[in-house]
Write a protein that binds this ligand. Structure first.
Ligand code: PLP
Length: 426
């Protein structure tokens, strides 16, 4: 019997180690982490305090199931999350990822309405474009056609029928009038929740949901009994220059999904922040149930150390000041090329729009090619967008980025853009 040949060559460099804003491969090449991985490593790599906290916790206990024990790191983490979010939420439901946080939010939304005698409220309205995760429920409500390819059988449910598109495909996000029309079309008594990303990242490349739209959505939800969910998996815990991006509008969501920056990539962790209005008088953690590893002591200890590091080093404030400088420098760079638009975003997440024809995008998205070229120039950046309208390059380095590193980031990105201009722009 012949064994089929397998191409085992790695398509990416083999990572060896990482420190601060830098990643090194096995051949000793350095890469500036210009996107914090996937907007995850907000405090930078290899932070000693976090590694020490993890080692200490690992020496005590790595796993104890939440149905059998409470654990101190999770208790302390819950207190820390309440403190940094101004006690705006009642309960924290832990998960292992952002996708699972979305699933937890969806379960809580459906339980909430069923308990209130409105079990017919099952439609979730979400933004187009958007991304809420790869699990069935989360992808089902995502406005991200590429990631759903071949998977519709998993995702067509009553919950998933309500992606709200802008009335004009050239617009980045739906406007308040589009949301009101969608609620009217479905019928307010059938809508369970509205889910939005306050700053859209992977799907819309730094598109900021206007504060007036967010406030309008809050009013719409209050008027109709619909729950407002904000997805802060990419934006939460400092990335945009505030602990939660959506609260900058003065609005507080009923449920907030988080992940990534919560543990900054040190150990898998997500969380759904549950507001006072949701399932009144009941335990959200009991209702959401969850997975074996949720809230495990090791991830909780890592995350607690991460949040304390952010507080101690004023990284939320720093995201605003360094972010303003980064925006300015990226705007100067983008203005030099016909295929790059002005950066969109907030704090330390900026999306540079990439202009490419629909045909060119279908053949090979420029964002993906640019990211590969950037990596050969020693810079990691992240491709975003679901079509040629939203296609962008996400620049979102750790919040700890030093000014000299910012200069180096812009220099390496400039080199990548020159390569594209020299031979590759289509
Ligand atoms: C806005 C948003 N929500 C949810 C997710 C899913 O998170 P995870 O990959 O941790 O499951 C992501 C991941 O990129 C995201 O960007």
């Amino acid at each position: 019997m012949t064994t089929p040949a397998v191409d085992a060559r790695p398509t990416s460099p083999l990572v060896a180690r990482a420190e601060g804003c830098w990643i090194y491969d096995e051949d000793g090449r350095d890469y500036l982490d210009g996107s914090s991985g996937t907007l995850c490593v907000n405090i930078g790599h290899g932070v000693r305090e976090v590694l020490d906290a993890m080692a200490e916790q690992a020496g005590r206990v790595c796993f104890a199931h939440r149905s059998q024990f409470v654990n101190q790191p999770a208790l302390d983490l819950t207190a820390e999350i309440h403190a940094v979010t101004g006690h705006a939420f009642r309960e924290i439901v832990y998960t292992n990822s952002g996708s699972e946080a979305t699933e937890a939010a969806l379960r809580l939304v459906l339980h909430h309405h069923a308990v209130l005698g409105a079990a017919d409220r099952v439609v979730v309205l979400s933004q187009y474009p958007s991304y809420h995760g790869m699990t069935a429920g989360a992808l089902g409500i995502s406005g991200h056609p590429q990631r759903r390819t071949n998977l519709d059988a998993l995702h067509h449910t009553p919950v998933s029928v309500g992606t709200v598109r802008p009335d004009d495909p050239g617009k980045a996000f739906p406007e308040l009038s589009d949301w009101v029309a969608a609620v009217d079309r479905v019928g307010a008594d059938r809508v369970a929740a509205i889910v939005v990303e306050p700053v859209g990242c992977a799907a819309s490349g730094g598109t900021v949901l206007p504060e007036a739209t967010l406030r309008g959505l809050r009013e719409l939800c209050d008027r109709t009994g619909v729950l407002l969910v904000t997805d802060e998996v990419m934006t939460g815990f400092g990335r945009t220059g505030s602990w939660l991006a959506h609260t900058e509008s003065g609005v507080v969501a009923d449920l907030v999904t988080t992940g990534k920056g919560l543990s900054a990539g040190y150990s898998p962790l997500g969380a759904c922040l549950v507001g006072h209005s949701v399932l009144p008088g009941r335990s959200a953690s009991d209702a959401a149930v969850g997975h074996t590893m949720n809230g495990n002591p090791l991830s909780a200890a890592a995350s607690l150390a991460v949040l304390r590091y952010i507080v101690r080093h004023n990284l939320v404030e720093r995201a605003r000041t360094t972010g303003a400088l980064l925006r300015e420098r990226l705007a100067e760079l983008a203005a030099r090329y016909p295929f790059t638009g002005p950066p969109r975003g907030r704090g330390m997440v900026w999306g540079i729009r990439l202009r490419q024809s629909a045909d060119g995008f279908a053949a090979e998205p420029l964002a993906r090619r640019l990211c590969l070229v950037a990596r050969t120039c020693g810079l990691i950046v992240y491709p975003a967008g679901v079509d040629h309208h939203s296609q962008s390059l996400l620049v979102a380095p750790p919040l700890t980025l030093a000014e000299s590193e910012l200069d180096e980031l812009v220099r390496r990105l400039g080199a990548a853009l020159e390569h594209i201009t020299a031979g590759e722009a289509r």
